[in-house]
Design a protein around this ligand. Structure first.
Ligand code: C2E
Ligand code: MG
Ligand code: MG
Length: 632
């Protein structure tokens, strides 16, 4: 509905509606004018017929002048002049004497009953002359229907011919305008400076061309289609195969794009791995498919065969619906949506994408601010021994509270931080902070920290973790790094290598949220995790679903079989706690044992836990570090 309303407000619609109204008005005036002209012509023709008829009448009835000059007296008008009968299209006539009295009154023979009355009857009054003298007046009834028909028929044919000629003229002018638009864009394309790698126009040139296309779109009430293409994971190609192979690939992509799009479409190399395409109304429609097909076949050169995919953002503006900047921003938003959805797809800009990305932008602003002002906070959730319920470690969980007091959950801001490239910085801050915290806790307590998949991309993770361990002087065996199954997507070798290096430092590696993500078991034998953290969904489902319960028990068995300890997440009830302990889970984590708490509350948890432990050991009151702690 909103789209329809928006469209009704577009300049293109308004100008077309105006043209339509003007056209309709001209048509009404034209029809009225034609009607008057047709009537005039019909009257003229009827007058000619009436004139011929009256001449013929006087010739055939030479006694008529005498009859008219004789006073009528009491007698009735004559009804017939012998053989002189009106013939078609004369329907009848009346003759008046010089004194104005009705003297002759003749009708045409009545039509047979199945013939309808004539549609048009024109009465023509003419003087009746004999030997150059006026002897009376004749009023003839002429059937003018046939002339009307002929004239209307003629007018119709003329109208159709004129309309066809106009339509043809419009088509020709539209085609000429389009051709000139494409020509202008092509010229601009040639004139603009081109990129040395791909030979395509560069970003400034591209933006100029977009502005040209957009101003023509507004002037000519047409459509501009803009596409932004970003090669998926191209940085990895550069890293692994080197920049020269990367450049070669960019050149091949550019060539394919140019070939696929054709001469009338502007293609540009906007930046490193991003291309831009501008197309007009007609070509734009087919490009949706064409652009995606560009990446179907692998790129071959030398001995290399490389498969590439692209995320494509498409945006359209018709008759100035969006400004040039808005059009560009819309395509960028659509491109980001394509990337977020996993790449290798085309996303067209629409209001849903906008809503989604407004929210992402909003969170991104908070993340940026928090990075600058050091506003992130770490909370710590206890992890206990599943059987004895003794506190074993904490999991560090990030918290973000905006200046307005709005709390944004890590499930929302971590993906945004990943997207805006801030996750490495945030991840390192988290690790340093958590290490500092655990260094101040009793030695038997460990600390788990979550790692994002992206933290493995730079290849610097191991060095950075080593530095943090050294700086905070924490025993690495107290640190556990949690990764999710997301690390198994794509090329796993570099990730496994870094995980092994971290293990070599003495750090433990846990596989978090096990069973929810990229659930393939093959990586369990390819890499030796120290711990499996079974996702809370399994615990919850095992409440009522025997299959989930069976799976849970098998997961614990797999853990045992592969020498991994197992943590059950999301333990909320006594029932959960007992169930996972009975199944053989090593650790439990969940609201039953405590939610994540700020650092300031940690000490009291540790002390009371320690007191509880001592109480259990001594079966009553106990002295902890010389202080009397009451059991509670
Ligand atoms: P996670 O690593 O699986 O963390 C456990 C999440 O489950 C936490 O949510 C925790 O509050 C919640 N949880 C724990 N016990 C229970 C329970 O009994 N019931 C329920 N319903 N929930 C429970 P949180 O803090 O919202 O974190 C969500 C996710 O955000 C984390 O899942 C983790 O994947 C991510 N995350 C949190 N902090 C960080 C971080 O510093 N770095 C990275 N990369 N990711 C983080
Ligand atoms: Mg975790
Ligand atoms: Mg988890």
């Amino acid at each position: 509905m909103l789209k329809v309303l928006d469209f009704l407000k577009t300049p293109r619609f308004l100008s077309n509606a105006f043209l339509f109204c003007v056209g309709a008005l001209l048509l009404i005036i034209g029809i009225d004018f034609a009607r008057i002209e047709i009537n005039k012509l019909a009257h003229k023709r009827a007058t000619e017929i009436a004139h011929d008829w009256s001449t013929q009448l006087v010739t055939n009835a030479p006694f008529l002048p005498r009859l008219l000059s004789t006073p009528r007296g009491e007698s009735k008008p004559v009804r017939s002049l012998g053989n002189v009968r009106p013939v078609s299209p004369v329907l009848g006539y009346r003759i008046y004497g010089p004194d104005g009295e009705l003297r002759v009154m003749a009708d045409a023979p009545s039509p047979p009953p199945d013939i309808s009355e004539p549609a048009f009857v024109t009465q023509i009054t003419l003087p009746l002359t004999y030997d150059g003298k006026k002897v009376g007046t004749i009023v003839s009834d002429i059937d003018s229907g046939s002339f009307h028909e002929i004239l209307v028929d003629g007018a119709l044919k003329l109208g159709i011919l004129v309309s066809m000629a106009l339509a043809f003229l419009l088509f020709v002018s539209h085609s000429v305008r389009l051709a000139s638009r494409q020509e202008a864009l092509r010229n601009a394309n040639h004139l603009m400076q081109s990129d040395s790698v791909t030979g395509m126009p560069t970003q400034p040139a591209f933006l100029d061309m977009l502005a040209t296309a957009h101003s023509q779109e507004v002037a000519q009430q047409t459509t501009t289609n803009l596409y932004l293409l970003n090669l998926d994971r191209f940085a990895r190609v550069n890293e692994r195969l080197g920049n020269s192979v990367g450049n070669m690939l960019l050149r091949l992509v550019a060539e394919r794009l140019r070939l696929a799009c054709g001469k009338t479409v502007v293609c540009a190399h906007i930046s490193g791995d991003t291309f831009g395409v501008i197309a007009d109304e007609r070509t734009g429609k087919r490009l949706h498919k064409t652009l995606q097909q560009v990446f179907l076949q692998p790129f071959n050169f030398g001995q290399n065969v490389i498969r590439l995919s692209a995320s494509i953002g498409a945006a359209t503006s018709t008759a100035g619906l969006y400004s040039c900047d808005e059009l560009h921003r819309n395509a960028e938003l659509a491109l980001r949506a394509a990337k977020t959805n996993g790449g290798q797809q085309l996303v067209s800009y629409d209001s849903d994408t906008v809503a989604e990305f407004r929210e992402i932008d909003r969170i991104a602003t908070f993340v940026e601010d928090a990075c600058q002002n050091n506003d992130f906070e770490l909370h710590y959730q206890p992890v206990v021994d599943a059987r004895t319920r003794k506190l074993c470690s904490f999991e560090a969980l990030l918290r973000l509270t905006t200046a307005d007091g709005e709390k944004i959950g890590p499930d929302s801001f971590i993906p945004v931080a990943e997207r805006i490239g801030r996750i490495e910085e945030i991840g390192l801050w988290t690790l340093r902070e958590a290490c500092r915290t655990v260094a101040g806790l009793p030695k038997h307590i460990g600390m788990a920290v979550n790692l994002s998949v992206q933290q493995f991309n730079s290849g610097k993770l191991v060095a950075e973790v080593t530095k943090i361990i050294e700086d905070t002087r924490v025993d690495p065996s107290r640190i556990e790094l949690e990764v999710t199954e997301g690390i198994m997507i794509g090329d796993t070798d570099p990730v496994f290598k870094q995980l092994s290096d971290l293990q070599a430092l003495g750090i433990k590696i846990a596989l978090d949220d096990f069973g929810t993500g990229y659930s393939s078991l093959n990586y369990l034998w390819r890499f030796t995790f120290d711990k499996l953290k079974v996702d809370q969904a399994f615990i919850r489902a095992s409440d009522h679903n025997p299959k989930a319960y069976a799976l849970l028990s098998k997961i614990v068995e797999v853990g045992r079989l592969l020498d991994m300890s197992v943590t059950a997440e999301g333990i909320e009830t006594e029932d959960h706690a007992k169930r996972v302990a009975d199944l053989g889970c090593d650790y439990s984590q969940g609201y039953l044992f405590g939610k994540a708490i700020p650092q300031t509350s940690l000490a009291s948890v540790v002390i009371s836990e320690f007191a509880e432990y001592i109480r259990r050991q001594t079966g009553g009151k106990a002295d902890v570090d010389g202080a009397e702690v009451a059991s509670s």
